[in-house]
Design a binder for this molecule. Structure first.
Ligand code: PEP
Ligand code: MG
Length: 361
């Protein structure tokens, strides 16, 4: 529990007075959202929805979905997941009432959902009434050499639009349920891992069509936004086209760093310590934003986006959003907010205030 009446509270009050950017949090549960609010977070900049699919019995349904060989099978599994997702989103939107909440559509490296062990495969064969051999064939079809550059992010939602439909429905219905209880929210639906504007266009169309359908069904509407992560260099390079479709941008600097350097997020620990020791790199670029290279893409993406949409809301939700020198950089390119894990919110608030004061001289 932060001591808001003591020194901590005073420093935070001071920070709030001098900050231009707001500080949001990365939170996937109402509990994290509440902690972050106590630390002064003003909204959620990234709610990752992947982990929600692992809870309890859900993972079996998720596996049923990815192992299904046709759309009907996937839809049956998704219909079972819908009430869970609606509950997840109601909880998180309510916990952040009064602030913006960015919910990101599913972005798992698909292999994390695949049943790899014999026992899990046997369980799925029983669950789905198919043979173990069939499950094994499907698992092998789904296996990828490079999952982080493979079938993930919006590529999933574009190849299986019914996944996006289910998540969009869950988000909009959650906001409608809250509205019925007098709680007004405006969810920000975020599409992950786009590299071309067409990828975003297709996802945005599914979201808008689903929302309109629900509004007709229920005779009631809610406001919502559709935006995108900018985390593939190509998305930053073509940000002027992307901004035509997006209500907001959020820089995913974890992936943007991975793809700009060409360093795998999963394997960089094998050589980064040696690079740092030898002075080939001054800092770990996954911790401290590389302003020389990755930063150029962030700056260019922001400028290009705003060249066609001056009011475009821009933030960052990679790990760098809670690291002071990176926060200062985000302020310098004119971002509206940074988003970081709940416990880094106070540091980010101080860094955001310092950056603004420094800039003014
Ligand atoms: C990112 O890539 O910076 C990001 C926030 O998304 P994730 O870490 O979930 O890939
Ligand atoms: Mg990412």
């Amino acid at each position: 529990q932060p001591d808001l009446d003591g020194d901590f509270g005073q420093i935070m009050d001071f920070a709030s007075k001098y900050t231009r950017m707001s500080v949001r949090t990365n939170a996937d549960t109402p509990k994290d959202a509440v902690v972050a609010r106590e630390f002064g977070a003003q909204g959620i900049g990234l709610c990752r929805t992947e982990h929600m699919f692992f809870e309890g019995e859900r993972i079996k349904t998720v596996r049923e979905m990815i192992l299904s060989s046709d759309e009907d099978g996937r839809r049956t599994a998704l219909n079972k997941l819908l009430p869970y997702q609606r509950g997840d989103f109601e909880g998180i939107l309510e916990a952040m009432e009064g602030y913006g909440v960015t919910i990101r559509l599913l972005d798992p490296p698909l292999h994390e959902f695949v049943p790899h062990t014999e026992a899990a495969q046997q369980e799925m064969a029983k669950e789905m009434g198919i043979s173990l051999a069939e499950v094994k064939t499907k698992v092998s079809d789904l296996s990828e050499f490079n999952p982080m550059l493979g079938h993930r992010g919006c590529r999933l939602g574009n190849t299986y639009p019914e996944i996006t439909e289910m998540q969009a429905r869950a988000i909009i219905e959650a906001a409608l349920n809250l509205k019925a209880r007098g709680i007004i929210t405006k969810p920000e639906i975020m599409v992950p891992l786009i590299g071309t504007v067409e990828e975003l266009k297709m996802q945005a169309e599914i979201i808008h069509t689903t929302a309109e359908l629900i509004f007709k069904e229920k005779g009631e509407k809610v406001e919502y936004l559709v935006g995108t992560m900018i985390e593939i260099p190509r998305a930053a390079l073509t940000a002027d086209l992307v901004a035509g479709i997006a209500d907001f941008f959020s820089f995913g600097t974890n992936d943007l760093t991975q793809m700009t350097f060409g360093y795998s997020r999963d394997d960089a620990n094998k050589f980064l310590p040696i690079y740092l020791e030898k002075g080939i790199l001054k800092n770990d670029p996954f911790q401290i934003l590389d302003q020389t290279g990755v930063g150029q893409l962030v700056e260019m993406g922001t400028q290009k986006g705003r060249s066609v949409k001056p009011e475009l809301k821009v933030g960052i939700c990679g790990e760098h959003g809670g690291e002071p020198s990176s926060v200062e950089f985000c302020d310098s390119v004119g971002m509206n907010y940074v988003s970081c894990s709940p416990f880094r919110v106070p540091i980010a608030r101080v860094a955001a205030a310092q950056a603004n004061i420094k800039k003014k001289g």
